[in-house]
Design a protein around this ligand. Sequence first.
Ligand code: FDA
Length: 392
Amino acid sequence: MNGTVDMIVIGAGAAGMMCAATAGARGRRVLLIDHADAPGKKILISGGGRCNFTNIHTAADRYLSSNPHFAKSALGRYAPADFLALVERYGIAWHEKTLGQLFCDGSARQIVDMLVGECARANVAVALGHPVSAIEHGDGRFRIVLNGQEWSAPALVLATGGPSIPKLGATGFAYDVARRFGLAVAHPRPALVPFTLGAADALFRSLSGVSAEVEVWWNKTSFREAALFTHRGLSGPAMLQISSYWQHRTSINVNFLPDQEPDWLIRLKQSHPRMSLKRALSALCPARLAEALVERLMMDGADLVSMPDKTLRLAQSRLAKWAFAPTGTEGFAKAEVTAGGISVAELSSRTMMATRVPGLYAIGEAVDVTGWLGGYNFQWAWASGWAAGQAI
Ligand code: FDA
């Protein structure tokens, strides 16, 4: 292959490999490049090494974007079942873990090998380990310089993801290129990221390692999943999910006992008058958490019978709506994804091409579409990559 191709894809991650393989399989000559020395590094560490590669409940309302309808077209045309069919064609064993999340039985490496295999089958040229040193545009072609050689193509795909986990080579490259071409970028911010708590919540930070199923909400959005206390604050699926919605200097609310009826403490007082609140709570949540909660409620030790109903009702309502005011998040260093990105108002939802810059495409996490935790972000990477790969 010489320096002239039909399409150059920058970023050999989830979306870039899917896009390159899709276009290559349609007979397009594709150059796929990455500054990292190996493709799909985030895939390798995803899902605790087993890659939560999709979610069977995928729907546009499980994504954050400044246009909630934007993702519908791509997600509708490349569904979880399509990716699953590919996984099965490669004989990769998988299982559903919880809440529709599909994981490899073996290793995330199988997904990377599968995508590399699809790129090879489609004759995609892959160039790893070199940064792109220049991008020019003119006469309907994009020209890039890679390792001293010039390549040109009528189509350029930005698939370099977002800046979360910079130590894996993640950058804001796609935003810089998009801005150079005059495209708007919705403010990028860390998402699916642990919260930090301040000195006022040191008691909860001391519970590091304790986890409990909770319901957490911010404004009208809520999730019921596990929360994990850390030495810096709050993590676990419930907290990661709500972090994508949270705005600085606001509180999140936690129901520590989402299965209890509204008047459960009053009824317990009637049936077990000599029981302490600490014992009652220990039966419903981890003992260390129960201890911290009663300490905060200043209701340590006393029997239920010794407490007026009014006090118990107050305790019930605080346990059902515990406000935490995070001081911040652990930032891009720990964020599973980046929310915001190349503005969807600039892109065709069908092809992912920038409407004002014909031939320039953006896919995957680089775009202002951010999924919930649980395989939704990979499904967006596959679907948007497939949409662009079909269009070129
Ligand atoms: P992705 O980040 O995969 O790929 C971008 C590529 O571009 C990389 O190969 C990078 O090296 C390259 N690149 C960056 N800058 C460049 C430059 N300047 N020049 C050239 N190349 C450049 N999602 C999910 O659905 N299920 C899961 O189980 C998980 N688990 C998970 C765990 C952890 C720890 C993290 C950090 C993230 C997840 N995710 C996830 C999120 C998921 O990994 C993410 O949404 C996708 O990888 C996004 O795919 P992209 O192809 O858009 O970017």
